[in-house]
Design a protein around this ligand. Structure first.
Ligand code: ZN
Length: 182
């Protein structure tokens, strides 16, 4: 099992179970805000991961970053999971709404539950309204894998982890994933 990234708090830390506080819009763009965004982006890229929410670096704020630089590398990923490349987004004070009622199930993991994964049902398509790094309103609409990331990161801001939503019989170490196929 690979070690967790030193910046990422692990399950059991109370900050992961608290509803994060709204970001004061006056705080956006301050050196302290920019420093937190940079820390989250650097941590996400080093981990490596496709999203990091502020509570995961120990800060109870309604913000997350997401980016998928590896999407589309793998034909199966691109087709089955609908995993395209996603440019970096900084998402502040988000609201999230499902689009349609289609539910999809795939394995997912979490940097704060290092070394494990499980099947989690998620909305296939979602819309997120938020502020960006400059405090400008943004609207993101994604389906497939990026929609899953958005729901996962949004959940972090509510104090919810994927283990609260998983099909618990599928919970597995990453090493044991796929043993069913042998
Ligand atoms: Zn997570």
């Amino acid at each position: 099992m690979s070690d967790a990234h030193p910046n990422i708090v692990q399950v059991g830390h109370p900050v992961l179970r608290r509803r994060a506080q709204a970001v004061d819009v006056d705080w956006i763009g301050t050196p302290e805000f920019d420093k937190l965004v940079d820390l989250m982006v650097d941590t996400m890229r080093e981990a490596p991961g496709v999203g990091v929410a502020a509570p995961q670096v120990g800060v109870s704020k309604q913000m997350f970053v997401f980016e998928d630089r590896y999407g589309g590398d793998d034909e199966e990923d691109a087709a089955t999971r609908e995993r395209p490349v996603v440019p970096l987004e900084v998402v502040v004070n988000p609201t999230l709404d499902p689009v349609g009622d289609h539910i999809v199930k795939f394995y997912e993991g979490c940097l704060s539950i290092n070394g494990f994964a499980a099947v989690v049902p998620r909305h296939k398509m979602v819309r997120v309204r938020a502020l960006d790094r400059k405090g400008e309103p943004i609207e993101l609409e994604w389906q497939g894998w990026p929609a899953r990331i958005l729901q996962h990161e949004y959940d972090h801001l509510q104090g919810t982890l994927y283990i609260d939503r998983m099909n618990s019989k599928t919970y597995s170490t990453v090493e044991n994933l796929g043993d069913d196929d042998d």
